[in-house]
Design a protein around this ligand. Structure first.
Ligand SMILES: Cc1cc2nc3c(=O)[nH]c(=O)nc-3n(C[C@H](O)[C@H](O)[C@H](O)COP(=O)(O)OP(=O)(O)OC[C@H]3O[C@@H](n4cnc5c(N)ncnc54)[C@H](O)[C@@H]3O)c2cc1C
Length: 370
Protein backbone atom coordinates (compact mmCIF):
# COMPACT_ATOMS: atom_id res chain seq x y z
CA UNK A 1 0.00 0.00 0.00
CA UNK A 2 1.42 3.41 -0.92
CA UNK A 3 1.38 6.35 1.45
CA UNK A 4 0.37 9.84 0.42
CA UNK A 5 2.20 13.12 0.15
CA UNK A 6 0.64 14.13 3.47
CA UNK A 7 1.47 10.87 5.26
CA UNK A 8 5.06 10.95 4.05
CA UNK A 9 5.69 14.69 4.59
CA UNK A 10 6.12 14.55 8.37
CA UNK A 11 7.26 11.94 10.88
CA UNK A 12 4.37 10.00 12.38
CA UNK A 13 3.98 10.08 16.16
CA UNK A 14 4.26 6.61 17.68
CA UNK A 15 1.47 4.84 19.46
CA UNK A 16 1.57 1.37 21.01
CA UNK A 17 0.93 -1.66 18.83
CA UNK A 18 -0.72 -3.57 21.70
CA UNK A 19 -3.58 -2.46 23.86
CA UNK A 20 -3.48 -2.78 27.62
CA UNK A 21 -5.54 -5.51 29.23
CA UNK A 22 -9.00 -4.91 30.53
CA UNK A 23 -12.43 -3.78 29.58
CA UNK A 24 -12.99 -0.20 28.42
CA UNK A 25 -16.09 1.98 28.37
CA UNK A 26 -15.89 2.61 24.61
CA UNK A 27 -13.86 0.80 21.93
CA UNK A 28 -13.51 2.73 18.69
CA UNK A 29 -12.69 1.09 15.37
CA UNK A 30 -10.72 3.45 13.10
CA UNK A 31 -8.24 6.26 13.83
CA UNK A 32 -9.19 8.80 11.19
CA UNK A 33 -10.68 12.18 12.01
CA UNK A 34 -13.95 10.64 13.22
CA UNK A 35 -12.43 8.10 15.59
CA UNK A 36 -9.82 10.52 16.94
CA UNK A 37 -12.33 13.36 17.47
CA UNK A 38 -14.68 11.00 19.30
CA UNK A 39 -11.82 9.54 21.36
CA UNK A 40 -10.68 13.00 22.42
CA UNK A 41 -14.16 14.05 23.53
CA UNK A 42 -14.83 10.78 25.40
CA UNK A 43 -11.42 10.70 27.10
CA UNK A 44 -11.79 14.32 28.19
CA UNK A 45 -15.09 13.33 29.79
CA UNK A 46 -13.22 10.70 31.82
CA UNK A 47 -14.26 7.54 29.96
CA UNK A 48 -11.85 4.66 29.32
CA UNK A 49 -11.40 4.61 25.55
CA UNK A 50 -9.42 2.30 23.26
CA UNK A 51 -9.03 3.07 19.55
CA UNK A 52 -8.19 0.13 17.26
CA UNK A 53 -6.56 1.14 13.99
CA UNK A 54 -5.74 -1.55 11.41
CA UNK A 55 -2.94 0.55 9.90
CA UNK A 56 -1.42 3.72 11.34
CA UNK A 57 -3.29 6.82 12.53
CA UNK A 58 -4.63 8.67 9.43
CA UNK A 59 -3.96 5.61 7.25
CA UNK A 60 -7.43 5.85 5.65
CA UNK A 61 -9.12 8.77 3.87
CA UNK A 62 -8.11 11.15 6.67
CA UNK A 63 -4.48 11.03 5.52
CA UNK A 64 -5.17 10.75 1.80
CA UNK A 65 -7.72 13.39 0.79
CA UNK A 66 -7.21 16.68 -1.05
CA UNK A 67 -6.85 18.83 2.06
CA UNK A 68 -10.15 20.73 1.80
CA UNK A 69 -12.10 21.77 4.89
CA UNK A 70 -15.47 22.97 3.62
CA UNK A 71 -18.73 23.90 5.27
CA UNK A 72 -21.95 22.23 4.24
CA UNK A 73 -22.95 18.74 3.19
CA UNK A 74 -22.02 16.69 0.15
CA UNK A 75 -25.02 17.89 -1.86
CA UNK A 76 -25.42 21.31 -3.51
CA UNK A 77 -27.21 23.60 -1.03
CA UNK A 78 -30.24 24.32 -3.23
CA UNK A 79 -30.70 20.57 -3.80
CA UNK A 80 -30.19 19.87 -0.09
CA UNK A 81 -33.07 22.27 0.66
CA UNK A 82 -35.27 20.26 -1.71
CA UNK A 83 -34.17 16.89 -0.36
CA UNK A 84 -33.95 17.50 3.39
CA UNK A 85 -36.31 20.49 3.75
CA UNK A 86 -35.34 24.17 3.97
CA UNK A 87 -35.09 24.33 7.76
CA UNK A 88 -33.13 21.09 8.05
CA UNK A 89 -30.69 22.07 5.31
CA UNK A 90 -30.16 25.53 6.81
CA UNK A 91 -29.54 24.04 10.26
CA UNK A 92 -27.16 21.46 8.80
CA UNK A 93 -25.12 24.13 6.99
CA UNK A 94 -25.04 26.35 10.11
CA UNK A 95 -23.92 23.37 12.18
CA UNK A 96 -21.06 22.67 9.76
CA UNK A 97 -20.02 26.34 9.92
CA UNK A 98 -19.65 25.97 13.67
CA UNK A 99 -17.92 22.66 12.95
CA UNK A 100 -15.44 24.45 10.70
CA UNK A 101 -14.56 26.91 13.46
CA UNK A 102 -14.03 24.01 15.83
CA UNK A 103 -11.95 22.21 13.15
CA UNK A 104 -9.68 25.25 12.84
CA UNK A 105 -9.37 25.48 16.63
CA UNK A 106 -8.38 21.81 16.88
CA UNK A 107 -6.06 21.96 13.87
CA UNK A 108 -3.91 24.96 14.89
CA UNK A 109 -1.26 25.62 12.23
CA UNK A 110 -2.39 22.66 10.10
CA UNK A 111 -5.40 24.71 8.94
CA UNK A 112 -5.40 27.85 6.77
CA UNK A 113 -8.68 29.80 6.44
CA UNK A 114 -8.13 30.86 2.82
CA UNK A 115 -11.67 30.30 1.50
CA UNK A 116 -12.63 27.90 -1.30
CA UNK A 117 -13.71 28.34 -4.90
CA UNK A 118 -16.53 26.20 -6.34
CA UNK A 119 -16.16 26.54 -10.12
CA UNK A 120 -18.37 25.73 -13.09
CA UNK A 121 -16.68 23.78 -15.89
CA UNK A 122 -19.49 24.48 -18.42
CA UNK A 123 -22.68 26.50 -18.77
CA UNK A 124 -24.93 23.78 -17.32
CA UNK A 125 -22.81 23.52 -14.20
CA UNK A 126 -22.75 27.32 -14.07
CA UNK A 127 -26.56 27.41 -13.95
CA UNK A 128 -26.52 24.81 -11.17
CA UNK A 129 -24.06 26.59 -8.93
CA UNK A 130 -25.83 29.90 -9.53
CA UNK A 131 -28.94 28.28 -8.02
CA UNK A 132 -26.79 27.16 -5.11
CA UNK A 133 -25.38 30.66 -4.66
CA UNK A 134 -28.88 32.23 -4.72
CA UNK A 135 -30.14 29.71 -2.14
CA UNK A 136 -27.15 30.35 0.13
CA UNK A 137 -27.63 34.12 -0.01
CA UNK A 138 -31.38 33.81 0.51
CA UNK A 139 -30.72 31.92 3.74
CA UNK A 140 -28.15 34.43 4.95
CA UNK A 141 -24.92 32.53 4.27
CA UNK A 142 -21.72 34.35 3.33
CA UNK A 143 -20.85 33.67 -0.33
CA UNK A 144 -19.62 35.71 -3.29
CA UNK A 145 -20.42 35.21 -6.96
CA UNK A 146 -17.47 35.56 -9.34
CA UNK A 147 -18.63 35.99 -12.93
CA UNK A 148 -15.21 35.56 -14.54
CA UNK A 149 -12.98 33.32 -12.47
CA UNK A 150 -9.89 31.74 -13.98
CA UNK A 151 -10.05 30.59 -17.59
CA UNK A 152 -11.82 28.36 -18.86
CA UNK A 153 -14.34 28.20 -15.99
CA UNK A 154 -17.81 29.75 -16.24
CA UNK A 155 -18.57 31.38 -12.93
CA UNK A 156 -17.68 30.44 -9.37
CA UNK A 157 -18.85 30.71 -5.78
CA UNK A 158 -16.29 31.93 -3.28
CA UNK A 159 -16.94 30.46 0.16
CA UNK A 160 -14.90 32.93 2.20
CA UNK A 161 -14.57 31.00 5.46
CA UNK A 162 -13.56 27.58 4.11
CA UNK A 163 -10.05 26.28 4.65
CA UNK A 164 -7.13 24.31 3.28
CA UNK A 165 -5.49 21.91 5.70
CA UNK A 166 -2.78 19.24 6.01
CA UNK A 167 -4.79 16.04 6.46
CA UNK A 168 -2.26 13.66 8.03
CA UNK A 169 -0.72 16.27 10.32
CA UNK A 170 -4.21 17.37 11.41
CA UNK A 171 -5.35 13.83 12.20
CA UNK A 172 -2.14 12.89 14.01
CA UNK A 173 -2.46 16.04 16.09
CA UNK A 174 -5.97 14.97 17.05
CA UNK A 175 -4.74 11.47 17.92
CA UNK A 176 -1.95 12.88 20.10
CA UNK A 177 -4.47 15.14 21.87
CA UNK A 178 -6.75 12.15 22.45
CA UNK A 179 -3.84 10.08 23.82
CA UNK A 180 -2.81 12.94 26.11
CA UNK A 181 -6.39 13.08 27.37
CA UNK A 182 -6.10 9.39 28.28
CA UNK A 183 -7.36 7.49 25.23
CA UNK A 184 -5.42 4.40 24.21
CA UNK A 185 -4.60 4.47 20.49
CA UNK A 186 -3.51 1.06 19.24
CA UNK A 187 -2.03 0.89 15.74
CA UNK A 188 -1.80 -2.27 13.61
CA UNK A 189 -4.87 -3.57 15.42
CA UNK A 190 -7.40 -4.87 12.88
CA UNK A 191 -10.79 -5.74 14.29
CA UNK A 192 -12.37 -8.70 12.51
CA UNK A 193 -15.42 -9.15 14.75
CA UNK A 194 -16.94 -6.51 16.97
CA UNK A 195 -17.66 -9.25 19.51
CA UNK A 196 -13.92 -9.61 20.14
CA UNK A 197 -13.74 -6.10 21.64
CA UNK A 198 -13.62 -5.85 25.40
CA UNK A 199 -15.89 -2.85 25.77
CA UNK A 200 -19.22 -1.74 27.15
CA UNK A 201 -19.96 0.05 23.89
CA UNK A 202 -18.41 0.15 20.44
CA UNK A 203 -18.12 2.97 17.90
CA UNK A 204 -17.40 2.01 14.29
CA UNK A 205 -15.64 4.97 12.62
CA UNK A 206 -14.42 3.42 9.38
CA UNK A 207 -16.16 5.57 6.70
CA UNK A 208 -15.59 3.65 3.42
CA UNK A 209 -13.17 1.06 4.82
CA UNK A 210 -15.17 -0.94 7.34
CA UNK A 211 -16.38 -3.70 5.03
CA UNK A 212 -17.40 -6.90 6.81
CA UNK A 213 -17.85 -5.44 10.29
CA UNK A 214 -21.58 -4.68 10.20
CA UNK A 215 -23.98 -5.99 7.55
CA UNK A 216 -26.18 -2.87 7.85
CA UNK A 217 -23.19 -0.61 7.12
CA UNK A 218 -22.12 -2.81 4.22
CA UNK A 219 -25.61 -2.43 2.74
CA UNK A 220 -25.86 1.34 3.25
CA UNK A 221 -22.32 2.63 2.63
CA UNK A 222 -20.66 2.21 -0.75
CA UNK A 223 -16.87 2.42 -0.94
CA UNK A 224 -15.56 4.93 -3.46
CA UNK A 225 -11.93 5.18 -4.50
CA UNK A 226 -10.39 8.54 -5.35
CA UNK A 227 -7.05 9.15 -7.05
CA UNK A 228 -4.81 12.09 -6.17
CA UNK A 229 -1.49 13.45 -7.42
CA UNK A 230 0.97 16.09 -6.25
CA UNK A 231 3.41 17.90 -8.51
CA UNK A 232 6.87 19.23 -7.91
CA UNK A 233 6.77 22.95 -6.98
CA UNK A 234 5.21 25.03 -9.78
CA UNK A 235 6.69 28.51 -10.00
CA UNK A 236 3.48 30.45 -10.70
CA UNK A 237 1.21 30.86 -7.67
CA UNK A 238 -2.21 30.29 -9.25
CA UNK A 239 -4.44 28.28 -6.90
CA UNK A 240 -3.93 29.64 -3.39
CA UNK A 241 -7.12 28.06 -2.03
CA UNK A 242 -9.12 24.85 -2.55
CA UNK A 243 -10.74 24.81 -6.03
CA UNK A 244 -13.33 22.27 -7.18
CA UNK A 245 -15.37 21.81 -10.34
CA UNK A 246 -17.08 19.16 -12.47
CA UNK A 247 -19.60 18.43 -9.67
CA UNK A 248 -16.72 17.65 -7.32
CA UNK A 249 -15.04 15.32 -9.83
CA UNK A 250 -12.01 17.63 -10.03
CA UNK A 251 -10.43 19.32 -7.01
CA UNK A 252 -7.11 21.00 -6.65
CA UNK A 253 -5.12 23.50 -4.65
CA UNK A 254 -1.58 24.84 -4.60
CA UNK A 255 0.34 24.50 -1.37
CA UNK A 256 2.44 27.34 0.08
CA UNK A 257 5.54 25.45 -1.22
CA UNK A 258 4.22 25.72 -4.81
CA UNK A 259 3.17 22.08 -5.26
CA UNK A 260 -0.21 21.48 -6.88
CA UNK A 261 -2.41 18.75 -5.36
CA UNK A 262 -5.08 17.50 -7.78
CA UNK A 263 -7.63 14.73 -7.33
CA UNK A 264 -10.83 13.34 -8.79
CA UNK A 265 -11.93 12.02 -12.20
CA UNK A 266 -13.58 8.98 -10.65
CA UNK A 267 -16.22 9.57 -13.33
CA UNK A 268 -13.68 8.59 -16.03
CA UNK A 269 -14.18 4.96 -14.93
CA UNK A 270 -17.04 4.97 -12.39
CA UNK A 271 -17.71 1.23 -12.12
CA UNK A 272 -14.07 0.35 -11.45
CA UNK A 273 -13.71 3.19 -8.93
CA UNK A 274 -16.60 1.96 -6.76
CA UNK A 275 -14.24 -0.11 -4.63
CA UNK A 276 -12.33 -0.17 -1.35
CA UNK A 277 -9.20 -1.36 -3.17
CA UNK A 278 -6.54 1.37 -3.11
CA UNK A 279 -4.86 0.27 -6.37
CA UNK A 280 -4.10 2.81 -9.11
CA UNK A 281 -6.24 3.09 -12.24
CA UNK A 282 -4.41 4.18 -15.42
CA UNK A 283 -7.65 5.52 -16.98
CA UNK A 284 -8.21 7.92 -14.09
CA UNK A 285 -4.52 8.78 -13.80
CA UNK A 286 -4.43 9.75 -17.49
CA UNK A 287 -7.57 11.90 -17.13
CA UNK A 288 -6.08 13.67 -14.11
CA UNK A 289 -2.83 14.39 -15.89
CA UNK A 290 -4.62 15.68 -18.99
CA UNK A 291 -6.65 18.07 -16.83
CA UNK A 292 -3.50 19.20 -15.01
CA UNK A 293 -1.68 20.00 -18.26
CA UNK A 294 -4.44 21.15 -20.60
CA UNK A 295 -7.01 22.80 -18.35
CA UNK A 296 -4.93 24.05 -15.44
CA UNK A 297 -1.81 24.72 -17.52
CA UNK A 298 0.53 23.25 -14.92
CA UNK A 299 3.71 21.81 -16.44
CA UNK A 300 5.52 20.82 -13.22
CA UNK A 301 6.33 17.08 -13.14
CA UNK A 302 4.10 14.75 -11.11
CA UNK A 303 5.98 13.87 -7.92
CA UNK A 304 3.64 11.32 -6.32
CA UNK A 305 0.27 9.61 -6.85
CA UNK A 306 -1.90 7.89 -4.28
CA UNK A 307 -5.42 6.68 -3.70
CA UNK A 308 -7.94 6.94 -0.88
CA UNK A 309 -11.38 5.50 -0.20
CA UNK A 310 -14.45 7.21 1.24
CA UNK A 311 -17.94 5.92 1.99
CA UNK A 312 -21.06 7.12 0.19
CA UNK A 313 -24.75 6.84 1.03
CA UNK A 314 -27.75 7.21 -1.29
CA UNK A 315 -28.95 10.46 0.32
CA UNK A 316 -25.39 11.80 0.73
CA UNK A 317 -25.81 12.11 4.49
CA UNK A 318 -23.71 10.13 6.97
CA UNK A 319 -25.02 7.46 9.33
CA UNK A 320 -24.42 8.61 12.88
CA UNK A 321 -25.95 7.00 15.94
CA UNK A 322 -26.74 3.70 17.61
CA UNK A 323 -27.24 1.00 15.00
CA UNK A 324 -27.59 -2.03 17.29
CA UNK A 325 -27.76 -2.05 21.07
CA UNK A 326 -24.33 -0.90 22.23
CA UNK A 327 -22.99 -0.57 18.69
CA UNK A 328 -22.66 2.98 17.39
CA UNK A 329 -21.53 4.20 13.98
CA UNK A 330 -20.37 7.41 12.35
CA UNK A 331 -19.58 6.88 8.67
CA UNK A 332 -20.69 7.49 5.08
CA UNK A 333 -19.86 11.18 4.61
CA UNK A 334 -20.11 10.82 0.82
CA UNK A 335 -16.79 12.53 0.09
CA UNK A 336 -17.43 15.41 2.46
CA UNK A 337 -16.09 14.05 5.70
CA UNK A 338 -13.29 16.31 6.85
CA UNK A 339 -15.19 18.95 8.79
CA UNK A 340 -18.22 16.66 9.01
CA UNK A 341 -16.09 13.76 10.30
CA UNK A 342 -14.77 15.81 13.21
CA UNK A 343 -18.19 17.30 13.92
CA UNK A 344 -19.88 13.89 13.79
CA UNK A 345 -17.13 12.29 15.87
CA UNK A 346 -17.74 14.85 18.59
CA UNK A 347 -21.53 14.63 18.20
CA UNK A 348 -21.61 10.85 18.47
CA UNK A 349 -19.34 11.09 21.52
CA UNK A 350 -21.82 13.53 23.04
CA UNK A 351 -24.63 11.09 22.30
CA UNK A 352 -22.64 8.33 24.01
CA UNK A 353 -22.18 10.66 26.96
CA UNK A 354 -25.87 11.55 26.82
CA UNK A 355 -25.25 15.29 26.63
CA UNK A 356 -25.69 18.18 24.16
CA UNK A 357 -26.80 16.07 21.23
CA UNK A 358 -27.26 18.35 18.20
CA UNK A 359 -30.63 18.25 16.39
CA UNK A 360 -28.94 17.41 13.07
CA UNK A 361 -28.26 13.91 14.35
CA UNK A 362 -31.93 13.18 13.59
CA UNK A 363 -31.08 13.63 9.88
CA UNK A 364 -28.21 11.16 10.26
CA UNK A 365 -30.20 8.40 11.99
CA UNK A 366 -28.43 5.23 10.81
CA UNK A 367 -31.67 3.24 10.80
CA UNK A 368 -33.19 5.40 8.03
CA UNK A 369 -31.46 3.43 5.24
CA UNK A 370 -32.52 -0.02 6.38
C1 LIG B 1 -9.08 11.29 -2.20
C2 LIG B 1 -10.12 11.81 -1.27
C3 LIG B 1 -10.54 13.13 -1.35
C4 LIG B 1 -11.47 13.64 -0.45
N1 LIG B 1 -11.81 14.95 -0.51
C5 LIG B 1 -12.58 15.48 0.47
C6 LIG B 1 -12.88 16.87 0.49
O1 LIG B 1 -12.50 17.62 -0.41
N2 LIG B 1 -13.62 17.36 1.51
C7 LIG B 1 -14.08 16.56 2.49
O2 LIG B 1 -14.71 17.05 3.42
N3 LIG B 1 -13.84 15.22 2.48
C8 LIG B 1 -13.11 14.68 1.49
N4 LIG B 1 -12.87 13.34 1.47
C9 LIG B 1 -13.52 12.49 2.47
C10 LIG B 1 -12.84 12.51 3.82
O3 LIG B 1 -11.44 12.40 3.66
C11 LIG B 1 -13.35 11.34 4.64
O4 LIG B 1 -14.75 11.31 4.63
C12 LIG B 1 -12.88 11.42 6.09
O5 LIG B 1 -11.47 11.51 6.13
C13 LIG B 1 -13.38 10.21 6.84
O6 LIG B 1 -12.70 10.12 8.06
P1 LIG B 1 -12.97 8.86 8.97
O7 LIG B 1 -12.15 9.03 10.18
O8 LIG B 1 -14.43 8.70 9.16
O9 LIG B 1 -12.50 7.61 8.09
P2 LIG B 1 -11.02 7.22 7.62
O10 LIG B 1 -10.10 8.36 7.64
O11 LIG B 1 -11.17 6.46 6.35
O12 LIG B 1 -10.55 6.28 8.76
C14 LIG B 1 -11.08 4.98 8.95
C15 LIG B 1 -9.99 4.13 9.57
O13 LIG B 1 -10.55 2.88 9.95
C16 LIG B 1 -9.54 1.91 9.80
N5 LIG B 1 -10.21 0.60 9.72
C17 LIG B 1 -11.07 0.16 8.78
N6 LIG B 1 -11.50 -1.09 9.07
C18 LIG B 1 -10.88 -1.43 10.22
C19 LIG B 1 -10.93 -2.61 11.05
N7 LIG B 1 -11.66 -3.66 10.71
N8 LIG B 1 -10.19 -2.63 12.17
C20 LIG B 1 -9.43 -1.56 12.53
N9 LIG B 1 -9.36 -0.42 11.79
C21 LIG B 1 -10.08 -0.36 10.65
C22 LIG B 1 -8.84 2.31 8.52
O14 LIG B 1 -7.54 1.78 8.44
C23 LIG B 1 -8.85 3.83 8.60
O15 LIG B 1 -7.65 4.37 9.12
C24 LIG B 1 -12.00 12.78 0.55
C25 LIG B 1 -11.60 11.45 0.63
C26 LIG B 1 -10.68 10.96 -0.27
C27 LIG B 1 -10.24 9.52 -0.17
Amino acid sequence: MSGSYWLDADPAPSFPSRGSAGRVDVAIVGAGVTGCAAALRLAEAGLRVRVHEARRVAGGASGRNGGFALRGGAMRYDLARESYGVDAARELWRWTERGLDRFAELGGDTVRRVGSLRLAADDAEGEGIRLEYDALREDGFAAEWIERPLDPFRGAILHPDDAAFEPARFTRRLAVAAAEAGAEIVEGSRVDYLAELEAERVLVATDGLGGGLLSELDAAVRSMRNQVLVTEPFAEKRFPRPHYARHGHAYWQQLPNGRVVLGGFRDADPETEATADEAGNPVVEAALEQFLRETLGVDAPVAQRWRGVFGSTVDMLPLVGELRPGVWVSAGYSGHGNVMGVACGEAVANALLDRDVPDVLQLFDPRRLR
